[in-house]
Design a protein around this ligand. Structure first.
Ligand SMILES: [Zn+2]
Length: 439
């Protein structure tokens, strides 16, 4: 019977899947059929649990760093982790190596990597109104992990190979931006765009897990209302959330009906005060976060002049904030004000020495001045602090090229192309290797 099922699965392996999988080379076809942890049904799954965990460990640190690292507020981190662990304990995969990370990023987002690394931004925490909503949001993300949604999408060839290799999650980096000193370090994002069916399933599981933890299902309704309300707004700082977790009135209605059926817990508290107490550090600087969001929207609209004003206003409130300083540094670099950019990048590095993105931006500031050797020193320091980012390999190659060290530059470009095959960086690397006669 098993063999029969396996064959059924195998025949569903399309030529496209096969080419895709052979292309990246790391995913063994041997994983084959797997029992789905939620439905108990067998399904084609070309990624084993070990591979999910490995992909997570290779990629999530880069995403977390691109999101300005964990908030420097241990009590807040502990609180979010505590709620997260409770929810994960109710899930279909309680033994995954979950971690619940409260991130300094100000855009509104929550995400899950396939091994259980979950991220929640300062932006989204400020929009939640109580702990039951928080539990629902975490439940939804744990739902994606439990139902193995990233592995499913990878199996179906719906994720580009570049996604798994440290390429940027945002709009593709432009080479002219490298020259302008703006190239992003990118994020090794497995931030898959889930399908509507997967969203529905994650909602269903999220509600089960939060209710299983004893929370009032009204929290789930509150979360859905918040998302429904936001999904109508065309704001850059909301875009990633809805690009990855599609919202719809159908999803909203389905959640309402399901939550309504959970009658037993309706008298449970939603823990509004407890939530507000625990995020009081964030609430105190809410105006600064809103200014950062507005500044990010302006940057995404191509208006660094306006963004600078927002970042300035944020910095009046939080002069030592790592993310605020680093965003301002990037904005000033876009305005070609390298000296002032450097002041903010140095302030950021001092504010959070464990987070390497400031070191990357310092490298970019030097690159912008054509100080290739100093830029290289920073990119090397970055790589020591957080190894494994292909974009960093490209930037080191770019510095070496600027220094006239062709052989070493070629080595870096070649290494970069082993990970990333499209985009402006790849085109640049390929063109140089050709020009120099290496390929
Ligand atoms: Zn989702």
């Amino acid at each position: 019977m098993k063999i029969h099922n396996y064959n059924q699965c195998a025949t569903r392996l399309s030529r496209r899947d096969f080419l895709y999988l052979s292309g990246i080379g790391t995913v063994a076809l041997l994983s084959g059929c797997a029992v789905h942890p939620v439905t108990g049904r067998r399904q084609l799954m070309l990624m084993s649990e070990d591979q999910e965990i490995r992909l997570d460990r290779e990629n999530s640190p880069h995403q977390i760093s691109a999101d300005y690292g964990l908030v420097q507020d241990q009590a807040l981190n502990d609180y979010i982790s505590g709620v997260g662990r409770q929810i994960a304990g109710q899930s279909h995969r309680p033994d995954m190596p979950y971690s619940f990370n409260t991130l300094n990023a100000s855009y509104v987002n929550a995400y899950a990597f396939p091994g259980g690394t979950i991220g929640l931004t300062r932006g989204i925490l400020l929009d939640l109104e109580n702990e039951a909503e928080l539990a629902s949001l975490i439940g939804h993300e744990v739902g994606h992990v439990s139902a193995r949604h990233t592995a499913q999408r990878m199996t179906r060839g719906l994720l580009a190979a570049a996604v798994f290799s440290g390429a940027a999650v945002a709009a593709g980096p432009e080479l002219q931006n490298v020259v302008a000193g703006l190239g992003g370090i990118g994020a090794g994002a497995l931030l898959a765009s889930y399908s509507r069916n997967q969203e529905r399933e994650a909602d269903e599981l999220g509600l089960d897990y939060m209710a299983g933890s004893g929370y009032n299902p009204q929290g789930f309704v509150g979360l859905m209302e918040m998302l429904m309300d936001m999904s109508g707004r065309d704001k850059g700082h909301l875009a990633v959330l809805f690009a990855t977790h599609p919202m719809s009135s159908e999803r909203y209605q389905t959640a309402l009906i399901r939550a309504d059926a959970e009658r037993a817990l309706r008298d449970q508290p939603v823990y509004r005060e407890r939530y507000m107490d625990n995020i009081s550090g964030l609430r105190r600087i809410e105006e600064a976060i809103r200014q950062l969001q507005e500044g990010d929207d302006q940057m995404m609209d191509g208006n660094p002049v306006n963004a600078r004003k927002n970042y300035d206003r944020a910095l009046v409130i939080v002069p030592d904030d790592y993310a605020a300083n680093l965003k301002q540094a990037k904005c000033l670099l876009a305005l070609n004000q390298g000296r002032e950019a450097e002041i903010h990048a140095l302030a950021a590095r001092e504010a959070y020495p464990d987070e390497p993105q400031a070191v990357h931006v310092l490298g970019m500031i030097h690159l912008n001045r054509n100080s290739f050797d100093q830029a290289l020193t920073h990119f090397e320091a970055y790589n020591t602090q957080l190894p494994g980012n292909p974009n960093n390999v490209f930037f080191r190659g770019y510095c070496l090229e600027g220094m006239g060290r062709r052989d070493r530059a070629a080595g870096k470009y070649y290494a970069y192309l082993q990970h990333v095959s499209s985009g402006d960086y790849a085109r640049h690397a390929h063109a140089r290797l050709q020009e120099w006669g290496y390929i």
